[in-house]
Write a protein that binds this ligand. Sequence first.
Ligand code: 13P
Length: 251
Amino acid sequence: MARRKYIAGNWKMHKTVGEAVALAKELVESLAGCPHKLMIAPPFTALSAVASVVKGTPILLGAQNMASVEQGAHTGEVSVLMLKDIGVRSVILGHSERRIIYGEKDGLINEKVKLALKHGLEVVLCVGETLEEREKGKAEEVVTTQVTQCLQGVGEGDLPMITIAYEPVWAIGTGKNATPQDADAIHKVIRKVLDTLYRPGTGETVTIQYGGSVKPENARELLTMPNIDGALVGGASLKKETFVPIAWFDR
Ligand code: 13P
């Protein structure tokens, strides 16, 4: 079965509640009838308000992170239970900004993935190499390790709840996207890894997004590659004028 295209917006640390609600309303209106799967991930402080805007629409509500445990003495963390309570359906885990700035390792990300799945949240699992790793010829190895370790103990039955986002670190926020061919090649590697971790053929069933300087100008060429099933959009997801044309890339 053909994989459905999946376009998601990661708003990162941007937007007050008022700004987030305004953008969400514009998106609900402009994306009505869009055939692709859609998700937006506002900052924690705006989740509740945006939940009311997207409720009953095809736009899924996502969070950008969550704690690795359900509750307790974890100052500054947000629990899966709290996210579920306000209508969050999906969570971005293992983003390179979490890995690099906040020191998250594959083991911790794996705990988060399993906890999200236990509570029925969809996961967007981010992987990707740094520029240094790419220049040393290690991109495939790095991504293979990340996928393998972050999915440890995740059963095949849970894979429909998981989207993998390949986000090469050097392409994030730099305006320099991976070429469609380079991105497609890594997506293919990820499918092969899934074939070895699970049953042969599993890789073909999993949705793999590309992220890193996706813009209206490059969305179509990226999103029509055979192994690229969607986009995880940062900067261009912050405005209707740039996110809507990406979501409608094939209109
Ligand atoms: P940019 O689209 O701003 O490069 O960010 C990509 C990203 O990190 C999405 O998670």
